[in-house]
Ligand binder design. Structure first.
Ligand code: ZN
Length: 190
């Protein structure tokens, strides 16, 4: 198990446009070790996802997982997913305002995300997946894919007054957000 240090906003690698991983390199020890390190680091930090840029590697791979996390009681589960060279297609104009956090940013803030997307990616065996994602799960995919383009959620915060520390979010905003987003999750089913 290797938990790697997570880079913080300001580190140049977080702003790099990550390079695709050639299909014939996916089975290599180097790429498989990178994937294992991403999973270990995400789980150690209790994150819902992490992209390779965040541990200093500008290659296009991210991992996501949401279980029964008391920190995110409103989040639908995401089984452990390894997404290599992921691409997102936004399907329509429906959006939702999500209060997001990030392992690389010590703040939370509201970001508008597409509700209905398709994703195309390779798993750690190099098998291609084409899947529809919806709701908060679609938001998580957009957040992680943004990292691979060198984009952080703070770039997309439309109203800077929604920015809070985690402590102030817990104290003043968490309950209202959970109430609003739980209704949304119930409506869209994910
Ligand atoms: Zn992030």
């Amino acid at each position: 198990m290797t938990v790697r240090p997570i880079l913080s906003i300001g580190h140049p690698t977080l702003r790099e446009d990550a390079a695709d991983i050639p299909v014939d390199e996916i089975g290599s020890d180097k790429v498989q070790q990178l994937i294992d390190d991403l999973i270990d680091t995400m789980r150690d930090a209790n994150g819902a996802g992490i992209a390779a840029n965040q541990i200093g590697v500008a290659r296009r791979v991210a991992v996501m997982e949401v279980g029964d996390n008391p920190r995110y009681p409103y989040k639908p589960r995401i089984p452990l997913t390894v997404a290599i060279n992921p691409r997102i297609e936004v399907l329509d104009d429906e959006t939702v305002e999500i209060n997001e956090g990030c392992l690389s940013v010590p703040l939370r803030g509201n970001v508008l995300r597409a509700v209905n997307i398709n994703v195309v990616y390779l798993d750690r065996e190099g098998v291609e997946h084409v899947e529809a994602k919806r709701g908060l799960t679609a938001g998580t995919w957009q957040h992680e894919c943004d990292h691979l383009d060198g984009v952080l959620f703070v770039d997309k915060v439309l109203d800077p007054t929604t920015l809070t520390t985690w402590a102030e979010f817990e104290a003043h905003h968490r309950d209202a957000f959970i109430e609003r987003i739980a209704e949304f999750v119930q409506r869209v089913g994910s």
